[in-house]
Design a protein. Sequence first.
Lengths: 513, 459
Amino acid sequence: MNNAESFAELPVAPKPPLRRFHQARWDEPIIFELSAPGRRGVAVPEPGAPLVELPGSVRRAAPPKLPELAQLHVLRHYLRLSQENLGVDLNIDVGQGTCTMKYSPKVNDRFAAAVAEVHPLQHDDTVQGVLEIYWRLERMLAEISGMSRVSLQPGSGSAAIYANIAMIRAYHAARGEGHRDQVITTMFSHPSNAACAKTAGYEVVTLMPDADGLPDIEALRAAVGPRTAALMITNPEDTGIFNPRIREFVDLVHEAGGLACYDQANANGILGITRARDAGFDLCHFNLHKTFSTPHACGGPAAGACGVSEDLAPFLPGPVVAFDGESYRLETPPASIGKVRPFLGVTPNIVRAYAWIMALGAEGLRQVAETAVLNNNYLMHKVLQIPGASAPWDRRRVEQVRYSWQELSEETGVHSEEIGVRAADFGVHYWTSHHPYVVPEPFTLEPTESYSKEDLDEYAAILAHVADEARRDPEFVKGAPYNQTVHKIDMTPLDDPKEWAPTWRAYVRKHLS
Amino acid sequence: MTHPYIPNAEPGVRAEMLAAIGASGVEEFYADIPADLRLDRPLDLPAPLVAERDLVRHMDGLLGRVTDTEQALSFLGHGCYPHYVPAVCDEVNSRSEFLTAYAGEPYEDHGRFQALFEYVSMMGELLEMDVVNVPTYDGFQAAGTALRMACRYTKRSKVLVSGAISGDKASKLRDFLAPDIEIVTAPVGEGGEVEVESFDDSYAAIYLETPNVYGVVETRGRELADLAHAHGALLVVGADPISLGVLAPPAAYGADIACGDIQSLGIHQNHGGGQAGYIATQDHEPLVAEFPSRLFGIAPTKVPGEYGFGDVFYDRTSFAHREEGKEWVGTAAALWGITAGVYLALMGPQGMRELGETILARTRYAMDALAGAVTVLHRDAIHFREFAVEVPSSAALLAALREQGIYGGVPLDDRTVLVCVTERHSIADIDRLAAAVAEAVRNPADAVQNADVKNQETL
């Protein structure tokens, strides 16, 4: 019998329109502050053999000042930190545009774990199943891109871009055209295209958008010539706009003797719709952690795939998997650029991506693309109803949109970054844009196929609410966040060499000594 | 049936959404893609296994055709190492919250920033250096970038690289440093250590690796640091952090940049998918300016007692300035950094020392155990975790051992095999290897027969 006085009634009232979210806030110290001398998290096997005396020249003089904690306390600390994140499994992760945040099926993690104790240099005979997965995934990505061969070696999308540039360099060198020293890219292609080309020794020419938001074809005409090694281009670009004249771009570069390389980091909206090779591209790359669903893992491990035409296949990084109809083995292409990464590739993610495609098939992949595009256009329809939000150039979009809060910002003085931080108080986040901000006050949304209509409605309602708050009380929005692990951060010390603290020891030396 | 991964593929909701937008079909959204670029047929892919049970059966079939290093007794290393992985490492890195997070702000993703800050901080203690990057892809990339950093810093374009590194790493360096940086290789002496015969003011750096590809601990680090510095060059040292509980960190003998792979620190072999690279320097602004990677640092918040985090010196990066940034930055291997942090926190200073002692002792034990049957190279040098043996035929020996359920080592060439021993190998495991090697060498005919032509070794 409960004798307490009643203070609430059934039925429980409906949920309010917006989620009353608060991020985990454990107020957790830095791990060094949890240390006490003599504690241990794990024990090590005894040598069982005579100890080796080290000479002074190589012996560590003083023990490293690592923290000392019992096992539970290490675990608890990290589980608390884990809760202080918003991953795909917890939020409506449509706001990290260009990143293709989709569901990574749990069952695929089990398959990935099955290769945990496989060594990459085991004899081929002992890893036939893994090699077959590489082979099958390569054939599937070749079909999806229209390319002849695919390397699964690069550790990420940017590493795949670099590998493509290395192949471009080797291709021209092999033809006695090493004088080609320029790479052309576009402002709305990922910055790694420009940065990798520069690292590989190329001068970078960047095409700006024209009045329609497309890369300026006249600027391309002016840029191509005997110095052109390649065009590195994304399509749809980060604006979400598909460049309908893409074949003309490719043809112009080919006519000048250059190669065309397609950044398909995010191919989510066009799977089974259009293919890189069919538009004349010589090389392309996919990010398996974007389109092909491997988890983003706080920023890797990821995996990249480089697809190439028959002419470029001899230059692929080695080894690749070959199949003679009976067994699988490794071979290095004849003019290989060499290694871009140790061993064969990021195998756990190769396994996950393979399983993901196998769960979908051709029809499923097309449904992925169509639904991602439907979701994007539905969300755009909702977002453009929010006063102050716009999608510059007023053009059709494929799988994502780079929006602008310019109007709202001019009216309220609140910037896009601040709106994003406040939106996170409702349990979602968003990303602005790469630099420079060609679209003023940008935000980039990409709703992939994983989210439901209700998710998209909720996300749009949060943005509408924050935009309204910005009008009513701009200072309140600028003071955000309020419902996060920590409050507004003063970032200024991070750029001051006297103050910055990139490790705990630097912090102790500069600020606690 | 609506696919379980695609909620809005359900026809009713799809129609509702199209109606809301005012579109007749998804085809409208693709109107910018010209007809001649359209794929006019379905992709030619295997039939899907939509039911999870069917997919599991299919994957089990493939993955069942693998004999891993738990089923066999493996002495394979050469860049990917079979160290014991504490259960807490797997527990933390398989949490959804870390596994599926990505690039949120340091508010809603505070935990990711703190965990990575703690990782670099613990690495800093191990290395006795103040600046450590958020992981790059792997140790190969770390070495390549460290050498490019040295070249940018010194404004020179020639490096002296240890000849005692793996062939694959040398291949990566050749590709990555081309076309503007000249690589000169320093030969390996009889004893297994690198020998620098000549050096001058044209070099940007000396790259030393320790333990080197033969497992030999280089003892002349201080000498090489002094030589490099006398010529205005840097000493770059590749070191596996797992050795630093017992071996002096590169900074202690004058290295300017340390780099390497962290796979040894609590990360499974993963068929090579567990690699991640670190790069470290002292807190010297002109050198910090040359890092392409993200660096996370502590920043204050509005509230006393709260740690905030953010990017240190972001203006270096390609995220900030495209091709005007240093090299490039992007998704690499962050979760392995978090995992390595968990590992170092579990081990602590004593654990790292004890682990190093065990590995040193067992490596020496294994060298002595094999010395009766085959020629152990560089026997007088200090070895950590690996050593090379000379045999009549690498392929024949390894094939014979495979018949016994032993992966005996990595063939470096036709007659040299690299053997790896860690804390995971018991003394009994090492004895078993030694007995099997002795047997194979005693009966070479059987061994050669076992080797068969199709059993060609792979690297």
